[in-house]
Design a protein around this ligand. Structure first.
Ligand code: IMP
Length: 197
């Protein structure tokens, strides 16, 4: 079986990615399973640049296939923030709840029609010696007035996907996987793998 390291230490993402990638015929682990992983500074201006940097660093370091997701929430009324800074919005010391509370506060004077937003994901797959392959996914929606739900992670409680009345954190794993930015990018990766393995 081909070894694949998912280049993330984020538990929420690891859970979502592993459950899908494990079915694709890889022996999967993540940076949560290895000791002393390489330090990766996410200093790219785009989700793609950060995803490639993470996957390339891990593929080179461990000399095996690597898959990295870089993703975040893009809010129109905040000129695209938090965007690539989603994990650090409000400062490094905050937890997920404090971060989305900060976001709700930044939007407190913004009425419902102007609370449009999207989750974006870039997924980079790197095999040592080959060029990176990139897959993308986006889910459009809006920011709720108050948090709802306890599933998922990050900004899920305050994001309502278009066509649903529930927040992303009120959907179960299968529902989120079906419509999410990461689910879409993983579907494209799986389809590409079928053709190219
Ligand atoms: P990074 O890709 O490691 O830079 O982190 C992305 C950040 O975006 C996460 O820490 C979350 O705050 C947010 N994010 C990305 N995907 C999701 C999601 O599916 N639900 C909620 N928040 C997300």
């Amino acid at each position: 079986m081909t070894r694949l390291i998912v280049a993330t230490g984020n538990r929420g993402k690891t859970k979502e990615i592993n459950s899908i990638v494990a079915d694709l015929g890889f022996e999967v682990s993540s940076l949560l399973d290895v000791e002393n992983p390489p330090e990766i500074i996410e200093d790219g201006d785009t989700f793609e640049a950060n995803a490639v940097k993470k996957a390339q660093t891990v593929a080179d370091f461990y000399q095996c296939a690597s898959l990295a997701d870089d993703s975040g929430l893009v809010v129109d009324a905040l000129d695209g923030a938090p965007g690539v800074y989603s994990a650090r919005y409000g400062g490094h010391g905050l937890n997920d709840t404090q971060r989305y509370e900060k976001l709700l506060d930044a939007l407190k004077d913004v009425p419902a029609p102007r609370r449009t937003a999207r989750f974006e994901c870039a997924l980079a797959f790197v095999v040592p010696g080959d060029v990176p392959h990139i897959f993308r996914g986006t889910v459009e929606g809006h920011i709720a007035l108050a948090p709802r739900g306890t599933n998922g992670f990050g900004y899920d409680p305050v994001f309502i996907p278009n066509g649903r009345s529930e927040s992303m954190a009120e959907l179960d794993n299968a529902q989120k996987r079906q419509l999410s930015h990461r689910g879409q990018a993983l579907d494209s990766f799986a389809a590409w793998l079928q053709k190219n393995k």
